[in-house]
Design a binder for this molecule. Structure first.
Ligand SMILES: Nc1ncnc2c1ncn2[C@@H]1O[C@H](COP(=O)(O)OP(=O)(O)OP(=O)(O)O)[C@@H](O)[C@H]1O
Length: 239
């Protein structure tokens, strides 16, 4: 299987000299099409930095990041921004929706920023909202929706068009457990059915059990990985 995300000896240092913080040290991680990888580790271990570097939002100090074979270091800022808009979707804990835009307009936004005509963008947005089962909420504003519905809009925005890589940073953090599980099921389905590569940062082993593989970060280093974790009910029984 070819890797959609290929991270090689990635290091990210913030600041310099005595103030230097090594957020990531020599991290290698490849994520194939259709694969969902969970990233776990204590607070400050580098999980968010790994996602922001993987998504081209932050530049590594050293190492390589390839997305669909494109080495980000060889691309200029505009090319990285275009790759981000077209190929990469983000889902955050706090949804990051624009309050003044409806659900459909929020989902259309990355396409319109990329020059897609409004009518075409609307069709793609409606298809994405249908996939996350909230087509009927297309014309609602974020403050007219529940947290779970807002997160579905955020996922629709992250998968609209032809995205290949889905990066989710604690996407269930603001949701109750049932709604959170439904959101994870959606991420899993996207990977299974559309060959998207997914990276899920989570503190919760039950959430990580949706992934094919779990990698563990500590002090910026990748210190281990395991195959799929047992289902949530098995974990609970073990306690
Ligand atoms: N812009 C920055 N400037 C300086 N240090 C930073 C910056 N961003 C992150 N760091 C540091 O890099 C390290 C890794 O941070 P990161 O946010 O990636 O950790 P995390 O595992 O996502 O933490 P959490 O689980 O608390 O969100 C931490 O020590 C953090 O303080």
């Amino acid at each position: 299987m070819s890797s959609i995300l290929d991270i090689r000896t990635l290091s990210r240092v913030h600041g310099s000299g005595e103030q230097a913080v090594h957020a990531l040290r020599d991290v290698d991680l490849a994520v194939a099409a259709g694969e969902l990888v969970a990233v776990m580790g204590p607070s400050g271990s580098g999980k968010s930095t790994l996602l922001t570097c993987a998504g081209g939002l932050d530049r590594p100090t050293s190492g390589q990041i390839l997305i669909d074979g494109n080495d980000l270091a060889t691309l200029g800022n505009n090319a990285v921004a275009a790759l981000r808009r077209r190929r990469i979707g983000y889902v955050f804990q706090d949804f990051n929706l624009i309050p003044a835009l409806t659900a459909a307009e929020n989902v259309m936004l990355p396409l319109e920023l990329d020059g897609t005509r409004a009518r075409t963008a609307r069709k793609f947005a409606e298809a994405a909202l249908t996939e996350v089962a909230i087509a009927e909420l297309a014309d609602r504003f974020p403050d007219e929706m529940s947290g779970g519905q807002r997160q579905r809009v955020a996922i629709a925005r992250a998968i609209v068009g032809e995205r290949r890589l889905l990066l989710a940073d604690e996407p269930t953090g603001a949701l109750d457990s049932e709604t959170g599980e439904a959101v994870l099921q959606l991420l899993r389905d996207r990977c299974d059915q559309h060959g998207i590569a997914g990276v899920l940062v989570t503190h919760d082993a039950r959430h990580a059990s949706w992934a094919d593989r779990v990698v563990y970060l500590r002090d910026g280093r990748l210190v281990g990985q395991s195959g799929p974790l047992p289902e949530a009910d098995v974990l609970l029984e073990a306690h």
